[in-house]
Design a protein around this ligand. Structure first.
Ligand code: 3PY
Ligand code: MG
Length: 250
């Protein structure tokens, strides 16, 4: 099975990504069928572990959305496991240097390119009989840029062979550059513009987490290739809160 978001990025088409922090295959299935091009199972800040993530990946497979996983950190054995579970891309938090990006790429690729161990399991079920032969081109290694060091080292990170795109974590970036996640975010917003410009110069697509669809719209207009318009829990609570407010209107 082809990685349709890789194709969209290559064609310059925007990717709208769902972000799943609710540990439920039912919720994941619903979000995956909402029209998103990809759906990211969040094992870093989501409220669940690997077994639930596996069920969520199975649920996403019932839709055209491409399954991605955000792992908790740069841990090759864990990356191996989510790839075996059928993830078509790994978003890895807190990548700050080129060697860290190289380690991520290596964990995502079979030899001779990388060090991923053989045991494709569900990858084969989702991907099809040519999964292993195509895995190194199908699977995306996506470093998160969200530290001060990553901004300093951005050109070297972008130049790492096998970095298919980068993904900005604006909240951790604000923490690191402003000292808080509050607003305004003068320094981190100018860092975000710098990262985008450098990535565009090296033809590396940039994704970014957004607070809502309005921000995501602005980011797309600014040249971001992939946007995540909030996470599932955010959508749920916002919609519930708006319903209550509407019904309490006098
Ligand atoms: C951040 O904003 O730091 C993120 O990791 C978004 O998911
Ligand atoms: Mg973060």
């Amino acid at each position: 099975r082809a990685n349709t978001i890789k194709q969209r990025l290559a064609n310059g088409d925007a990717v709208i990504n769902a972000w799943l922090s609710i540990g439920s295959s039912y919720s994941a299935e619903g979000m995956a069928h909402a029209g998103f091009h990809s759906a990211t199972v969040d094992l870093q800040h989501g409220m669940f572990g690997f077994e639930t993530a596996l069920q969520m990946l199975q649920a996403i497979s019932t839709s055209p959305a491409i399954p991605l996983v955000r792992v908790p950190g740069l841990e090759p054995t864990q990356i191996m496991q989510v790839l075996d579970a059928g993830a078509y891309g790994v978003i890895c938090p807190m990548i700050s240097t080129a060697p860290e990006a190289e380690k991520l790429v290596s964990a995502c690729k079979y030899p001779p390119v990388g060090t991923r161990s053989f045991g494709p399991s569900r990858g084969l079920l989702y991907g099809g009989p040519d999964y292993v032969a195509k895995a190194n081109e199908t699977i995306m290694a996506i470093p998160m840029i969200e530290t001060e060091d990553a901004v300093t080292n951005i050109d070297a990170i972008l130049a790492v062979d096998g970095v298919d795109m980068i993904y900005i974590g604006p909240n951790d970036l604000a923490f690191n550059l402003e000292g808080s996640v509050g607003f305004p975010r003068t320094k981190s917003e100018s860092a975000i513009s710098h990262i985008l410009k450098q990535a565009q110069a090296q033809s590396v697509p940039v994704g970014i987490f957004c607070a809502d669809a309005e921000e995501a719209r602005r980011r797309l207009d600014a040249g971001f290739a992939m946007v995540t318009p909030a996470n599932d829990f955010g959508h749920l609570i916002r919609s519930g809160t708006a319903a209550v407010a509407r019904l309490l209107e006098k």
